[in-house]
Design a protein around this ligand. Structure first.
Ligand code: CUO
Length: 713
């Protein structure tokens, strides 16, 4: 029933009399240590206003209803986090839901802020994590589907009301709706506009807030480093798609006097069609932003020179090897915490060493680009998609901007010593070979089963009526086409020449071998294109071992069902570290790379060559020391192959970490590719030659332009 709160959020909340919150159904999971609050499990939907103590909402309402909301905009954020705090401070879940349902909140505050704040509170509160929330495209279909879909939906509803058709056909979503084939960048629309990818990005920013909210005083563990790593991995994945489509890798957008040639016309609306997202034609140049405080929106003012100044100060810190806090304290950028410190500084979050001095570079870049078409709003235009974490990844400039942001981290990484032979080897463990095997029978014309991954399209049905103001209870469905791949498995041959069983971390990466023109990459280039596919722990006994791992067990992805079905936030049972007990852990709701995009698309027969890389490291050394953390960290990250440890885990910890827990890997994120190698290492072969614990294989990813039905629609 909580789903009702997310229905038609642009409209007043009018629950039907027969709908009541059935809080007992919201299992208060013992798994997360929450105790059902006594006497508060059955709130009514509309508690009398004089009973409910409505907190002060002045700050929340500074962004009026009906306006777009940007989590990159400091004043918008302040308004949103004020509501997050109100929800999180409610004594019980029932109180929080009653507050959310109250007309003063549900019908008065900005609808985007309402959804942001309630979603954030539901995830961040331990006692509400088992509640279901709908996918973000169901709440705001206008942020995912072009305006035409809305009109078609309206027709569908009308036909149903007139009983013209007994069966309603889903609306077909054209996977190239934003532009024609004449626009080169549109070749990548299947990536940029993918529901699962954009939903992941929204959830990531939801669970890694830029500011503290109520009980979050300290940032989530390695939050700044995760900001770097998750976005770096998006770039690596995007580049692999570009190469597959015959395009050069993304270029950094750092010369801010230069016009941006790649245009983007989103064709999206919000407020049920009333407000459109601005287009960004080709050739615009960044301008100073000077939006006055108006009735309708909070102002913001900064100069592009400010961005330049902040960039210079950040680079200065990187090359000096330290940042200076507001109180004068010097913080060294070392190899352990330097990336994290920089991440907080560059994004910039509340935990920036000195926001006044180092500024708000990344967030303000988003703002500068979302208002590039009307930088003082003299034309009263709305912002573009770069302003909202739900929509930002649709625009090609997102990737160019983040390539620039990533270049700052890469400059820091280049100041660190290359990994030594000792850091890259593991005594007594030899990884002899790795293969991938298709789980499906061969398709006609293809008999190869080994080292070949097949990709294609899948059609999935999504529900739209929850977000359409006219639909009432009439179901409206749409059929989307998205990338999919056949299931496959890794088979890793490992020799343990020690006398005892060892728990080994297997780190699996994938990277293209050649650029779009067919030129082989140097190792210095290829390491930045390494895509993490999985990371898990397996026990290897003395002698020869075969370690098997399925593609859908990846530590990077959330399962397909979680992308395309209502999100169940309660997780399945997952294992502890070796010898531990099973406990239930909470999944990160929607955070996690979508399973259907685990591997890049590749090219048609004979497929696109990739390097598959597997490295074994010691779990004993890599585990996070704290006892509890170790246990939870391990299980959420791994599948054990030993008999008593054959367990699944579904968390997407690699890009999303673990809620309220430490990042379950002591190594720097992206290890061993996060640092440039020694100058003498020019090829991947040289990089691995002294490490018997590493192996590589050449595999192919073959794209078949047909429907692969891996799951039912
Ligand atoms: Cu995710 Cu710029 O940080 O969008």
């Amino acid at each position: 029933q909580i789903l009702n709160l997310f229905e038609r959020v642009a409209q007043p909340f009018s629950p039907k009399p027969d709908i009541v919150f059935e809080l007992p159904e919201f299992v208060f999971p013992s798994s997360v240590g929450a105790v059902p609050p006594t006497g508060s499990t059955r709130p009514s939907l509309s508690p009398p206003a004089d009973v409910l103590n409505i907190p002060e909402l002045e700050l929340v309402k500074t962004v009026p209803r009906g306006r777009l909301f940007s989590s990159f905009h400091p004043a918008h954020r302040e308004a949103a986090y004020a509501l997050v705090r109100i929800f999180k401070n409610a004594p019980t879940v029932a109180d929080m839901l009653n507050l959310a349902a109250h007309p003063d909140i549900r019908d008065q505050v900005n609808e985007h802020i309402f959804v942001f704040a309630l979603s954030a509170a539901l995830i961040q509160r331990q006692d509400s994590r088992s509640l279901r929330t709908p996918p973000i495209w169901e709440i705001f279909p206008g942020k995912f589907f072009e305006t035409r879909v809305r009109s078609e939906a309206q027709t569908t509803v009308q036909q149903q009301l007139n009983k013209q058709f007994s069966v309603t056909k889903p609306i077909i979503i054209d996977k190239n709706f934003a532009a024609t084939d004449r626009v080169v960048e549109n070749k990548l629309s299947y990536f940029r506009e993918d529901l699962g990818i954009n939903s992941h990005h929204w959830h990531w920013h939801l669970i890694f807030p830029v500011e503290a909210t109520a009980d979050i005083v300290n940032p989530p563990d390695r939050r700044g480093e995760l900001f770097y790593y998750m976005h770096q991995q998006i770039l690596a994945r995007y580049d692999a798609e570009r190469i597959a489509n015959g395009l050069a890798r993304v270029t950094s957008y750092h010369d801010w006097d230069q016009p941006i040639l790649e245009a983007y016309f989103p064709k999206l609306t919000t407020a049920n069609g009333a407000i459109h997202w601005a287009s960004r034609p080709s050739g615009l140049v960044l301008k100073d932003i000077n939006i006055p405080d108006e009735e309708v929106e909070l102002g913001i003012e900064f100069h592009i020179d400010d961005l330049q100044l902040w960039r210079t100060r950040i680079l200065h810190a990187i090359h000096k090897g330290s940042v200076v806090k507001g109180n004068g304290q010097v913080v060294h950028l070392d190899d352990k915490t330097g990336t994290n410190t920089l991440g907080e500084l560059i994004e910039a979050s509340q935990w920036s060493a000195d926001k006044l001095f180092y500024g708000d570079l990344h967030n303000f870049g988003h703002i500068a680009m979302c208002y590039i078409h009307d930088p003082d709003r003299s034309h009263s235009e709305n912002m573009g998609v770069m302003g909202d974490s739900v929509t930002a990844m649709r625009d090609p400039i997102f990737y160019r901007w983040h390539k620039f942001i990533d270049s700052l981290f890469q400059q820091f990484k280049a100041t660190l010593s290359p990994y030594s032979a000792q850091q890259l080897t593991l005594e007594g463990i030899t990884v002899n070979s790795v293969e991938v095997h298709r789980n499906q029978p061969p398709t006609p014309g293809s008999t190869r089963q080994k080292n070949l991954i097949i990709t294609g399209w899948q059609e999935s049905i999504v529900e739209l009526d929850r977000g359409l103001d006219f639909s009432s209870s009439t179901p409206v469905q749409a059929r989307v086409t998205h990338l999919q791949h056949e299931d496959f498995s890794y088979r890793i041959q490992v020799t343990n020449s020690t006398k005892t069983s060892q728990d080994i971390v297997f780190r699996i990466f994938l990277a293209p071998i050649k650029d779009h023109s067919g030129r082989p990459f140097s190792f210095r280039e290829q390491r930045l294109l390494m895509i993490e596919l999985d990371k898990f722990v397996a026990r290897v006994t003395p002698g020869a071992n075969l370690v098997k791992r399925k593609s859908d067990e990846s530590s990077v992805t959330i399962p397909f069902e979680r992308t395309f079905r209502d999100l169940e936030t309660a997780a399945p049972a997952v294992p502890l570290a070796p010898g531990g007990n099973n406990v239930k852990r909470t999944n990160f709701c929607g955070c996690g790379w979508p399973d259907h995009f685990l591997v890049p698309r590749g090219v048609p027969n004979p497929g696109m060559p990739f390097t598959l890389f597997v490295m074994a490291t010691s779990w004993k050394e890599d585990r996070v020391n704290d006892e509890t953390t170790t246990a939870t960290g391990t299980h959420s990250h791994c599948t054990h192959t030993g008999d008593d440890t054959k367990k699944l885990c579904r968390n997407a910890a690699s890009y999303c970490g673990i809620l309220d827990d430490k990042y379950p890997d002591k190594r720097p994120m992206g290890f061993p590719f996060d640092r440039p190698p020694d100058k003498s290492i020019t090829t991947l072969a040289k990089f691995v030659e002294k490490s018997p614990n590493i192996t590589t294989a050449e595999i192919r990813i073959q794209f078949e332009d047909r429907v692969i039905r891996r799951f039912p629609q």
